[in-house]
Design a protein around this ligand. Structure first.
Ligand code: ATP
Ligand SMILES: Cc1cn([C@H]2C[C@H](O)[C@@H](COP(=O)(O)O)O2)c(=O)[nH]c1=O
Length: 211
């Protein structure tokens, strides 16, 4: 039977290991016969590039404008006629996305209300809910250690006290939306291989349920 293609989202605070795990999951799913497309937010579109310039401190704006830019970046990410996620799914790709709307709920809800963020992202939610949101849960002190080792400069959200707040806001958003979203939790303090196996088990179970 043909594999059903999936939309899989990886979430977590900065340095939780999303990029590492995206790459490993892509390899494993490709071996299992999936056609794979990996992507990320903020995107590399003009809207996503503007967001990255704000995070690199090259452009200055207000946090409410950043929240709105993410709404626009996500809609383009979904609907772009050339390389949008919806098009990729229609073409039979399994799509793995590094961050999606739960990132906005966790990162932007200090300055903008969570209810506003959920409402502002409702078009994306209605267009495409992830088959699963996989949250890599890591101690912010460990992720900061990794980022300090890995990066020559840090972005505006990448400091310990902010990552602690972001982690608790993720938890708040998951509690609020647990009946509406498929959310799976993975312990991000484990080795790369253990995390990769846990994620693959979650995705395999999903695949088996849908066959
Ligand atoms: N389980 C792990 N144990 C130890 N180090 C890890 C683990 N997973 C990832 N790393 C390392 O931690 C650093 C951050 O990992 P990675 O870039 O995958 O995180 P990320 O969540 O994508 O980060 P960001 O959100 O900031 O882009 C990298 O140097 C990576 O090699
Ligand atoms: C999608 C999304 C992302 N962010 C923030 C979170 C990170 O600090 C940066 C860049 O992401 P990366 O994974 O480290 O490359 O973007 C955000 O604030 N809101 C969002 O919706």
């Amino acid at each position: 039977m043909a594999k059903k293609n999936l939309f899989i989202v990886l979430e977590g605070i900065d340095g939780s290991g999303k990029s590492t795990q995206t790459k490993l999951l892509k390899e494993k799913l490709a071996k299992a016969g999936h056609k794979l497309y990996t992507t990320f937010e903020p995107t590399d579109s003009p809207i996503g590039s503007l967001i990255r310039n704000i995070f690199n401190r090259r452009v200055v704006t207000d946090n409410r404008a950043i929240a709105a830019l993410f709404v626009a970046d996500r809609l383009d990410h979904l609907l772009n006629p050339v390389n949008g996620i919806i098009k990729k799914l229609e073409e039979g790709y399994t799509v793995i996305c590094d961050r999606y709307y739960f990132s906005s709920y966790a990162y932007q809800s200090e300055e903008v209300s969570l209810n506003w963020l959920i409402e502002a992202n409702s078009i994306s939610q209605n267009l495409l809910k992830p088959d699963v949101n996989i949250y890599i849960d890591i101690d912010p002190e460990i992720s900061m250690e990794r980022l300090n080792k890995d990066r020559s400069s840090l972005e505006i959200f990448e400091n310990l006290s902010n990552l602690q707040k972001v982690r608790s806001r993720y938890q708040e958003a998951f509690r609020l939306l647990e009946d509406k979203e498929n959310i799976a939790f993975v312990d991000g303090n484990q080795s790369v291989e253990e995390i990769s196996n846990a994620i693959f088990d979650i995705v395999s179970a999903l695949q088996n349920n849908q066959e």
